[in-house]
Design a protein around this ligand. Structure first.
Ligand code: SAH
Length: 194
């Protein structure tokens, strides 16, 4: 596929993700928070991911500054990227819908928080992170640039690695045995596998 088509496809994905998240972001602001893990590390990780998944791709799409790191990809790889992106967006939407008011961009528990264990949360504990991994893979398959293509995988990889234990620890402290049983019945990212 030509570069312009790829850039447009990627931007459609970015805009869609903002549209999907917007109503939940608004609702999140009204929550009363009872457990807050918004540490400096958490805030830095969110910034890192924003740079890797939004800012660097935007610079690549809108300016020639990163062109020195361009390379070319076969069309079938681009198509794999389109498929991965579509699945990522669907799962991103479903996991927001299933979490509802319990969603937050960072690690926190709200007043009246409930443990969601149905819908896409029935077989995996972190479907939203599965969707973000798929997004980052799609980013690499759609943007033929060493920096803008791989910055998503690198930044989210760091965030996932540092966040996942803290998140599960926070959920364990909040829900105790209920979360222990949920851990035993589910995998983290891929149903029945991983
Ligand atoms: N890790 C999950 C959710 C990401 S959003 C996923 O990938 O799908 C992060 C917030 O979701 C956390 O602050 C936590 O409060 C909340 N959360 C995570 N898992 C949850 C669950 N099973 N039920 C309810 N809230 C959950």
């Amino acid at each position: 596929m030509d570069t312009l088509t790829l850039k447009i496809l990627f931007m459609i994905g970015v805009v869609s993700s903002f549209v999907i998240r917007f109503p939940y972001q608004r609702e999140n602001k009204q929550n009363t928070i009872v457990r807050d893990r918004k540490t400096t590390q958490e805030k830095s990780l969110l910034l890192l991911v924003f740079i890797g998944m939004i800012i660097l791709p935007l610079i690549y799409v809108l300016s020639p500054w990163l062109n020195f790191a361009n390379y070319s990809l076969p069309v079938w790889v681009n198509w794999l990227g389109v498929i991965a992106f579509a699945i990522a967006l669907w799962l991103f939407w479903r996991s927001h819908r299933d979490l509802g008011k319990n969603w937050s961009p960072t690690l926190e528990v709200r007043e009246g928080h409930t443990l969601v264990s149905d819908g896409v949360y029935q077989t995996i504990r972190h479907p939203m992170y599965t969707s973000v991994w798929l997004w980052c893979i799609a980013q690499a398959l759609l943007l033929p640039n060493w920096i803008a293509g791989f910055s998503g995988l690198v930044s989210f990889g760091v965030m996932y690695g540092l966040r996942i234990r803290n998140e599960e620890q926070m959920m364990l402290e909040q829900f105790g045995d209920e979360y222990k049983v949920y851990i035993q019945q589910t995998k983290r990212l891929i149903p029945y596998l991983f």
